[in-house]
Design a protein around this ligand. Structure first.
Ligand code: SF4
Length: 389
């Protein structure tokens, strides 16, 4: 295993080499926080084994069907074989949990018998030709806490795995030529996002403009033309601050947040947030959100929190444009979701007359991610909506 730590700066050469079939191995990228994540199990404030549907993959279903050990009757009671998911008990908890909130399968048979979802969560993987990217999901309170409280630069660890790419045959139609531009442009997007000479709102505006230009070129089938736009936005000195960006972005989110009412509901607790949002809209304005004092947030400060959340969304979704050509929609959705979390946090402070504290920020961020990131219906709806913003 070759390991190097980088900020994804050497990808261009890697993919050009791969394009000419010179490199036969996979590159694996992870958020720097990835390896340090550790589940707190029964100590968790919102254990992931309740409140939503837990799917079971085909291999695990077969294993549970054929299992003949001491837990057979418990497994058969807990597994919905017809709908390939775990049955929840009357309290909405996984029927395999014991009274202490621990998984009886793990306690008695070890982690190897867990289904893929249970084994992996909150770890998430995105696959590309020659590249596998791992992240921890904002929907887990512990992962959200780690990602949001980061006071340093958002960094990624690259590892080169010299084992053959097991998925190589799945990528016959993969557009490596376009993918190199997506990788290069994401580096530039991260540079803009890390440029704290600009307000976070101006950084968001530049990222959206950049994405719109790339999308325009893609629609003209001018992939090579993207190189000029990538060069243009690489020079951070040319990007300007505009104090009106905050107001216009907050207003845009306020006018579009009703999209949340149309989303598929995964956990009924999310209804409380929607009721609060609705009440706020009846008597308050976007200006109250823009002018709300967030200076009490200081480790990290408010702008750094926004930077951290936006990094997470862009890292997770942006390169997926190689499969559907939706560059701008993915960036717009990332910015919109970041600002929606922020808006819901500020609304909670105003409506409940509370001081802004980071624990409440983490809470609303993971609750939002739990409702959106684990439903293809919700993700597709948000992306489609954001494409028009
Ligand atoms: S939500 Fe995260 S910390 Fe909590 S039980 Fe699940 S994986 Fe563990």
């Amino acid at each position: 295993m070759l390991v190097n730590h980088c900020a994804l700066k050497d990808k261009y050469c890697y993919f050009i080499d791969r394009y000419y079939d010179k490199i036969p191995f996979m590159r694996v990228v992870k958020q720097k926080a990835y390896d340090g994540f550790s589940c707190v199990n029964s100590e968790c404030s919102d254990n992931c084994c309740h409140g939503w549907q837990i799917d079971i993959d085909e291999d695990s279903l077969s294993y549970f069907r054929e299992y003949k050990g001491a837990l057979k009757s418990l497994i058969d009671e807990a597994v919905d074989y017809e709908n390939s998911c775990i049955k929840m008990n009357g309290n909405g908890h996984c029927a395999l949990l014991n009274k202490k909130g621990l998984c009886r399968l793990v306690l008695e048979e070890g982690e190897d018998v867990l289904s893929t979802v249970c084994h992996m969560y909150p770890r998430h993987v995105e696959e590309y030709d020659g590249l596998r990217e791992w992240s921890i999901s904002l929907s887990c309170p512990v992962a959200a806490d780690t990602l949001i409280r980061n006071t340093g630069k958002n960094e990624y660890v690259c590892e080169e795995d010299d084992l053959p790419d097991p998925l190589e045959d799945d990528f016959d139609d993969f557009d490596t030529f376009f993918f190199t531009r997506l990788c290069d442009s994401r580096d530039v997007i991260f540079d803009i996002l890390d440029n704290n000479k600009l307000s976070i709102y101006s950084r968001m505006k530049h990222i959206l403009e950049f994405g719109k230009k790339l999308q325009g070129l893609l629609e003209e089938n001018d992939i090579i033309g993207m190189d000029d736009i990538i060069d243009e936005y690489s020079d951070g000195e040319k990007l300007l601050n505009d104090p009106s960006d905050k107001e216009s972005l907050v207003k845009m989110v306020f006018e579009n947040d009703p999209v949340l009412y149309r989303m598929e509901r995964l956990d009924h607790k999310w209804d409380d947030e929607l009721v609060m949002l609705n009440l706020f809209h009846e008597k308050h304005t976007a200006d109250e959100i823009s002018s709300f004092d967030l200076s009490l947030l200081n480790a990290p400060d408010h702008e750094k929190i926004l930077e951290n959340v936006l990094h997470t969304f862009i890292y997770t979704y942006y390169l997926g444009a190689v499969y559907d050509d939706e560059i701008y929609a993915k960036l717009s959705m990332s910015v919109f979701c970041t600002l929606l979390i922020d808006e819901l946090f500020v609304i909670g402070c105003i409506m409940e007359d509370k001081e802004p504290v980071i624990e409440d920020y983490v809470h609303i961020a993971y609750r939002f991610a739990k409702e959106t990131e684990h439903s293809d219906i919700n993700l597709d709806m948000l992306e489609e909506h954001c494409d028009k913003l």
